[in-house]
Design a binder for this molecule. Sequence first.
Ligand code: FE2
Length: 208
Amino acid sequence: MDSDQAGVLMVPGFIGGELLRDAQQEADTKVAWRDVHSTYVNKRGLTIVQNHDAYALDLVRGSHEPLRDLTTLALVASEVVRFADELAKDIPTLKDWQPTEQSLHRYDDPEVGLSFHKDNLRFRRLIAIVALKGMCDLAVRDADGNVTYFATEPGDLVALRAPGLTGHADDRPEHAVLNLRTDDRISMMLRENNRPYDDIPGFDFDNL
Ligand SMILES: [Fe+2]
């Protein structure tokens, strides 16, 4: 996760077995999906294409009521926090990483799930993405335009570097969700917002 590296850590088979099956079932049957398919121009002037549904929980300000029905997804989130604690033994800047947001995406377009972008600067240190269902590529593009494809399968964890992990001001990897190989693909993201009490322009939570 050093600044001179891609900024992506893949952990194949992070969860499996019953935990993965229950998480898939919960994501399929208990999540109140919201259609957010759109194409827009972001703050950097980049056109972003997103072909997915979304569901997002603010873990700081929002009601925790929805998590009563999403106990397996909450368990998966706690496994990710435990993993980050382990990682912090080697990466001290990661100490006490605590996600303030738990959100899910359900992609459905065979080519572009989410086009190249960098996650918002306010997300700190580590962005954790757990692949729950379906197969696709997480594509990472470096400053020279070279693209590396990471094929993700259900149960894999992908961690992306965010500001504050290294001494670098902004070494966020530019990434995209591409090449869906199944009817749909569901992933869960955990992110730590550095201003958890402020609204994020253009971003909606389902429990506020
Ligand atoms: Fe992203």
